[in-house]
Each structure stands twice: as structure tokens, then as C-alpha cells.
Design a protein around this ligand. Structure first.
Ligand SMILES: Cc1cc2nc3c(=O)[nH]c(=O)nc-3n(C[C@H](O)[C@H](O)[C@H](O)COP(=O)(O)OP(=O)(O)OC[C@H]3O[C@@H](n4cnc5c(N)ncnc54)[C@H](O)[C@@H]3O)c2cc1C
Ligand code: SF4
Length: 485
């Protein structure tokens, strides 16, 4: 089946309409039926140069799936209705397609040959349909190891990198304990990415499966505080730091101490906790209700904040972005199959357009000062425009503007792993605040300590965290097997 792309047009999973979906925190999409899904898979032309699965660096940017997912193979199997075989091929390279099938920016699709002069194959939606069908039909079962090696490994952090690393180490037969300081496992899958993009029962479904496979989760325990690093290193045969890049970049501006300024992840975490606890009826979250909200950061996290604020009933929402507005189409110096540096209007921005009649993003703007009242309650933000005339951002005098704001959310990225934890383990840090290892490796300080995910590569994506977790587990296994000393 190589000519489906000439017979069928691309059809994405259906979006719930913005004005309907803002009334709840449920998932944003509804899947296609089986016939339509098979047609979509048949659009894959099985081309001779499948960049979608290649995962290569092009012009300093990564193109294709970092996991090397065998997209053409399972597209063919879906088109033939061979769902279990498709699941087998998918699970060969991927630990958690149910996460990437929902939240991955689909690097594969940007590199799809069909996307060169037409519409890419719906690879991510196809991936999701394979794994969800496998769960529905009971094809996914716990895979405990046949034999235990007697080696014990501690994984610190239960985000996608920690989960993938734990899954693989457990399959190698090692006995794995995952430590997590939050009350539930999942890292940013649980307390970062909002429910609309990744419903939390999907995360818990996988955690339960990992438990069934024999992995122990110890939540509410912060390593370095509740258990000293030395105790981990002496008590286990190996330890893996999968603790994320959790230190948020702050905004240094006059008035920063005003009451009403929060980091985006704290806001999103509180919203999800309340949703899971009481379906938000306890009101125990940072509320945007009736507030003018300014989000500092025009990226994906800012978009998640905008969507959450709209659901909470904010009065207005504005996203300040420092960088210039990207082009609508690829520019000549950014050709296929490179990652397209083009304008993307995400779900929160669509919702803002539907509710307030405008895209929340304003470009080339930053905050000059926060303005509070006599009770230190935030009342407004003074912004200033930026120019890049000399290559670097420079403030334009006279462009200042005062915007009312009772809530500011800082979504300006992260500056690395927590220093007290890395110091406690004696791990060297890079200039970017990540844990240093030899390039392409995961071992820290030539000892029994390893690292993977955002803590290692810096703030990134779920697909990369899974890739690092899997590759790191291989290296830990070689170390435990005595193949590297
Ligand atoms: C709001 C938001 C939305 C995002 N949306 C997307 C998206 O749509 N798609 C996408 O691909 N990527 C997205 N990302 C990025 C993605 O979530 C991360 O790249 C990924 O989760 C990194 O995985 P990780 O396992 O390395 O770290 P994390 O997911 O950050 O997990 C680290 C875990 O370690 C725990 N921990 C830290 N220190 C300790 C300690 N001392 N003791 C015990 N536990 C500890 C933390 O509590 C946390 O649970 C988003 C990020 C954010 C912030
Ligand atoms: S993990 Fe992401 S890049 Fe890889 S096949 Fe799935 S959607 Fe594409």
C-alpha cells in the first residue's frame, strides 16, 4: 500500500470545539474510527528514505523521531489491520507510545516525505491508535523479568526518563526502586502537562503496569533531604538521577516580590492536584478567576497556562514573547525535512481567540516592572518593546505600556537540575546547569551514578526523556554486568 496518499486526504483526530472544551479539563481530541484510521495509515508511501524514523541532526537541528520509531512499518501493519503486529513493532523502540501519541510535537511528521509538497502522514495519531487499541483489547500486559539478577538500582525522579529507565532496568532483571518527592509518580507527565493534553488516568495506567512488573515506587520522599545521597550510593548497586530540569528561570524586574506572581509549573501543578483531589471543588489552587493574567513566555508552557486560566474563568490573558513572530511558512533557509521554525497556534491560543477574539501572544515584549498596590497586591505590569537590530534584544525607549494584571505566570524556561541534589551526589554540572557526562553517555564521575532526561540534556521533550531513559538503562546494565568498569 504505497499510494494511499493519492487516494486519501490527511485527516487528523477530531478536535473538540474550543468553546465546548473550555468548560472542562478533559482531553482535546476524539479518535477516528477504524476504517478511517487504516486509510490514514495507508497514506504512508513507505518511501525509500524514511526521514520520519531516521532521527538525525540536520543543520544543527534534529529531524525525525528521536526513538527511531519504525513508522513506515507500523503504518503498513495498521493499513492491513494487523494491530497486534503494529503494537509489537512500535513497542520495540518506544516505552510509552500512549504519552508521545498525545503530547509529542511529532518530529516524524515534520520530516515525512508526504509533507514535502503535501500533507504529512498522521504518524502521531496512528501511533496513539495502535497503543490505545492494544490496551483496550488486553494485548498490553505486564512483562515481569523471567529471572532476577540480584542487583538493585535506585532511580531518582519518576518523570518519563525515570519511568523509561526503570522499565528497561527491570526488564533486564534488576530490582528497581523509583524515588519521587511528589505525592504521585509521573514527573511533568503528572504535574506539568495539563489534563487536557494528557489525562492523568493514562499516566496512572502505566504506573500500575510498571508496579505489576515489579518496580517499587516510593513517593513523598526527597532524595538529598529525606534520604541522604550517601545512603542511596551505599545501599544500591547503581543509582540514576532522573530528577529533571526543575529550577525555573526567574524574571529580574522591579516589583518582583509583589503578591500575585508565580512560576508556571507551580500554577499548573496546583491546578492538577486540585482536579485530581476534588475535581477542583476544594478551590485549593492558584486561581485566575476574574483576573487579568499576563504570562511571561510565548512557548508551550505559556500556552498550557493560558488554557488553564481560560478554564478557570480569567478576565483576559496575554502571553509576552521576547522573540519576533515566526513566519507562517518555512523560509528558504529552513527547508524540509528540517524542523520547521514556523508559527504554531496551539490549543490554548485557539481558545483565547475563541473566547476573547485575539491571539494572546504579543511579540518582542518584555516586562520592565511589576506594579503593586499599598497591600503589595499585583495590579499591573509595565512592558517594553524590544528590537533585534543589533542581533541582541534591546529595549526601545518610549515604547513602555502599562497593562492591568492581577496574576503573572512566569513561563520562561528552566535553568537546570537542583544544585543541592547534584552537589549531594558530587555530580559535575555543565554551564547550562545540567549534570555533566561524557558526550553520548550517561555515567557520572566514572562511578555507579548515572543520569538521564532533562537533568542531563536540559529542558527538552517527553520523547527525548524516554530515549535517554532507555539508553541510560542499557549503559547501567552494561556496568552491572561487568562489561564496563
Ligand atoms: C508545563 C510543561 C508542559 C510540557 N509539555 C510538553 C509536551 O506537550 N510535549 C513534550 O514532549 N514535552 C513537554 N514538556 C517537557 C517534558 O515534560 C519534559 O521534557 C519531560 O517531562 C522531562 O522528563 P524527565 O523525566 O527528565 O523530568 P521530569 O518530568 O521533570 O521529572 C523529574 C522528576 O524528578 C523528581 N525529583 C526531582 N528531584 C528529586 C529528589 N531530590 N528526590 C526525589 N524526586 C525528585 C521531580 O519531582 C519530578 O517528578 C512540558 C514541560 C512543561 C514544564
Ligand atoms: S514519538 Fe514523536 S517523533 Fe517519534 S513517531 Fe511518535 S510522534 Fe513521531
Amino acid at each position: 500500500m504505497k499510494d494511499g496518499f493519492m487516494r486519501y486526504d490527511r485527516l487528523d483526530n477530531f478536535d473538540v470545539k474550543p468553546l465546548d472544551r473550555i468548560n472542562n479539563y478533559k482531553g482535546l481530541h476524539t479518535p477516528l474510527d477504524e476504517d478511517k484510521r487504516r486509510e490514514q495509515a495507508a497514506r504512508c508511501m513507505n518511501c525509500g528514505v524514511p526521514f520520519c524514523q531516521a532521527g538525525v541532526m540536520l543543520n544543527g537541528m534534529f529531524a525525525g523521531c528521536p526513538l527511531g520509531n519504525l513508522c513506515p512499518e507500523w503504518n503498513e501493519l495498521i493499513a492491513r489491520g494487523m494491530w497486534n503486529e503494529a503494537a509489537d513493532r512500535l513497542l520495540l523502540t518506544s516505552s510509552f507510545p500512549e504519552f508521545t501519541g498525545r503530547v509529542c510535537p511529532a518530529l516524524c511528521e515534520k520530516a515525512c516525505t508526504n509533507g514535502l509538497d503535501g500533507k504529512a502522514v498522521t504518524v502521531r495519531d496512528n501511533e496513539l491508535s495502535v497503543i490505545e487499541r492494544a490496551f483496550e483489547t488486553g494485548y498490553i500486559k505486564a512483562v515481569p523479568p523471567v529471572e532476577r539478577t540480584g542487583k538493585r538500582v535506585a532511580v531518582i525522579g519518576s518523570g518519563p526518563s525515570g519511568l523509561a529507565c526503570a522499565q528497561m532496568l527491570n526488564r533486564y532483571g534488576h530490582t528497581v526502586t523509583v524515588y519521587e518527592r511528589e505525592d504521585r509518580p509521573g514527573g511533568l507527565l503528572m504535574y506539568g502537562i495539563p489534563n487536557m493534553k494528557l489525562e492523568k488516568d493514562i499516566v496512572l495506567r502505566r504506573i500500575h503496569l510498571l508496579e505489576e512488573e515489579g518496580i517499587t515506587f516510593v513517593c513523598g520522599t526527597e532524595i538529598g533531604r529525606d534520604i541522604p545521597a550517601d545512603e542511596i550510593l551505599s545501599g544500591y548497586d547503581a543509582a540514576v538521577l532522573c530528577c529533571g530540569s526543575t529550577v525555573p528561570r526567574d524574571i529580574k524586574a522591579e516589583g518582583r516580590e509583589a503578591d500575585g506572581i508565580y512560576f508556571a509549573v507551580d500554577f499548573l501543578k496546583a491546578a492538577t492536584k486540585s482536579l485530581m483531589r476534588t475535581d477542583i471543588s476544594d478551590g485549593d489552587y492558584i486561581s485566575a478567576k476574574y483576573k487579568n493574567v499576563i504570562i511571561i513566555g510565548g512557548g508551550d508552557t505559556g500556552n498550557d497556562c493560558a488554557a488553564t486560566c481560560i478554564r478557570q474563568g480569567c478576565r483576559s490573558v496575554t502571553q509576552l514573547e521576547m522573540m519576533p513572530k515566526p513566519p507562517e511558512q518555512r523560509t528558504p533557509n529552513n527547508p524540509w525535512p528540517e524542523w520547521p521554525k514556523v508559527l504554531k497556534t496551539d490549543y490554548g491560543q485557539e481558545e483565547s481567540i475563541a473566547v476573547f477574539g485575539r491571539d494572546p501572544r504579543v511579540y518582542q515584549k518584555t516586562v520592565r516592572r511589576f506594579i503593586a498596590d499599598e497591600d503589595n497586591k499585583l495590579r499591573a505590569v509595565e512592558t517594553v518593546s524590544l528590537t533585534f537590530e543589533h542581533g541582541r534584544p534591546e529595549q526601545i525607549e518610549g515604547s513602555e505600556e502599562i497593562i492591568p494584571a492581577e496574576l503573572v505566570l512566569i513561563a520562561a524556561g528552566f535553568v537546570g537540575a537542583q544544585e543541592n541534589l547534584t552537589n549531594a551526589f558530587g555530580a559535575k554540572r555543565t554551564q547550562r546547569g545540567s549534570i555533566a557526562t561524557e558526550a553520548g553517555h550517561y555515567r557520572v564521575n566514572d562511578g555507579k551514578l548515572f543520569t538521564a532526561g532533562d537533568a542531563h540534556r536540559g529542558q527538552s521533550l517527553v520523547v527525548w526523556a524516554i530515549k535517554e531513559g532507555r539508553d541510560c538503562a542499557k549503559e547501567v546494565n552494561e556496568y552491572l554486568s561487568g562489561n564496563i568498569s
